[in-house]
Design a protein around this ligand. Structure first.
Ligand code: GDD
Ligand code: MN
Length: 423
């Protein structure tokens, strides 16, 4: 009798945890869709994807913004290549080097060159790549603006093609690694490639360009006035501009992304975590009404991972199976609660912890009951139905009830009808 009670409660609890599984199915389907779309895009090369057009470009005026941190070895090489381009095309060009006080001899080196078209800005506060780029954009005086890295990963020789694409009607043009004709330095390890692909896929809801992660891009000065609430967080300033300026006509020019030869990369694991934070802000900006539902689903999916990890741990610790399963469920419910409180419903963070926890467990249980009832009802009504299909509908129903109870009751805002705000 006692044993059956435990079995029953484990069954009920696992129903609760299974609800977010629907997200996995949706995410997998979306990824497949995105990948197929990318394949089709690759199959049909766009006009700008052709290698360098031999037609001469008209002279244009351009500000080139180069964020730097400890790039004293690369900068002379970059400046030499920019100088060659400048004189060959008779460009009206200024280069803004936005240096975060590297103290590696950058200032002395730039001063000794005394190039009238190069301006060094040494920044000592609000450091970071994106703030440096934004400061540079504000100081720029020319019609066209280009951002690029100092380490010669981005070939300056592609700038004329990028400007030409702007002149032909694009609003924003990316020097892209992922269009036909593009290539990357050979010793790009598998993990860097995978990392970059996953990050790109995660930006899909905001833009359909192939390389939104690129730090090499160009646009007209006038686009900046359209920027709403620029929030320079992390490395992906190009993505931020694409979204916040409401770009609809983006173009991509293929580049050879060269391996850095001097100095070292500053892209750290911490920056990658900030990317998730950045995506969350973009989500709140672009899809304010969907943001809490999506975050709720992502938290739910994370719960599945937590559940499996905890179960693995408990089993390894030789905890008896039933207790291990039950404890893993409790751990994943607690992590779901904490994450939902911190992110999905962050506007209700100041509410009573224990009242919310009790409410959350209640909401999950109600969701599980709805899941169960809906699944059983469907099976009774259409006995020929695959049980998995009935269960999927049950999961959707249960998750929806769970979400609504959380959103409007458990994590209700303290003051009357405060909409979910970024936090
Ligand atoms: N001012 C300033 N402050 N500049 C910085 C900082 C900073 O805190 N951190 C990095 N930079 C500069 C570097 O000096 C370099 O010129 C440029 O920003 C890019 O930094 P890297 O360290 O070379 O980055 P990466 O090669 O890993 O990243 C490349 O790929 C990313 C996409 O995967 C770059 O192209 C990025 O722009 C791109 O987002
Ligand atoms: Mn680099």
């Amino acid at each position: 009798m006692y044993d059956r009670l435990i079995d029953m409660s484990i069954l009920v609890l696992s129903l609760i945890v299974q609800q977010p599984l629907v997200l996995w199915a949706t995410l997998a389907a979306l990824s497949v869709l995105a990948i197929t779309r990318a394949r089709f895009a690759e199959a049909a090369p766009s006009p700008e994807a052709r290698p360098a057009d031999p037609a001469p470009v008209e002279a244009f005026s351009v500000s080139i913004i180069v964020p730097t941190y400890k790039e004293v070895e690369s900068l002379p090489l970059l400046l030499a290549r920019l100088d060659e381009l400048r004189t060959r095309l008779k460009l009206d060009c200024e280069v803004l080097i936005m240096d975060d006080d590297s103290k590696d001899g950058t200032s002395e080196m730039i001063a000794s060159k005394a190039l009238p078209w190069v301006r060094l800005v040494v920044r000592t506060s609000n450091r970071g790549l994106s703030p440096a780029v934004i400061d540079g954009l504000k100081l720029a005086t020319k019609e066209y603006l280009v951002c690029m890295d100092a380490d010669l990963s981005h070939p300056p020789e592609r700038i004329p093609d990028m400007i030409r694409a702007l002149q032909n009607g694009k609003e924003f043009v990316i020097g892209s690694r992922y269009v036909p004709g593009a290539s990357t330095g050979e010793d790009w390890g598998f993990f860097r490639w995978l990392n970059s692909k996953v990050a790109t896929l995660m930006a899909r809801p905001f833009t359909s360009v192939n390389d939104p992660m690129s730090g090499f891009f160009a646009f007209r000065q006038s686009l900046l006035s359209r920027a709403v609430a620029l929030n320079p967080i992390g490395y992906k300033i190009g993505l931020e501009l694409l979204v916040k300026c409401g770009v609809t006509q983006a173009g991509e020019v293929p580049i050879h992304f060269a391996q850095r030869q001097k100095g070292e990369s500053k892209l750290t694991f911490k920056e990658q975590l900030r990317y998730i934070q950045h995506l969350r802000r973009l989500l709140l900006f672009r899809y304010p009404n969907w943001a809490s539902i999506l975050q709720f689903l992502v938290v739910g999916a994370s719960g599945v991972v937590v559940n499996l990890a905890a179960l693995t741990l408990f089993v390894a610790l030789k905890v008896p199976m039933k207790a291990a399963v039950a404890a893993a469920i409790v751990v994943s419910m607690l992590s779901n609660f904490a994450l939902n409180r911190r992110f999905t419903f962050s506007y209700a963070r100041s509410g009573g912890l224990f009242r919310q926890l009790a409410g959350f467990i209640g909401a999950c249980s109600l969701g599980a009951v709805v899941n169960y009832v809906v699944t059983m009802f469907m099976l009774a009504k259409w006995p020929a139905l695959l049980p998995q299909v009935a269960s999927l509908v049950g999961i959707v129903g249960g998750t929806a009830v769970n979400f609504v109870v959380c959103r409007f009751w458990v994590f209700r805002a303290g003051r009357p009808a405060t909409p979910p705000a970024a936090g």
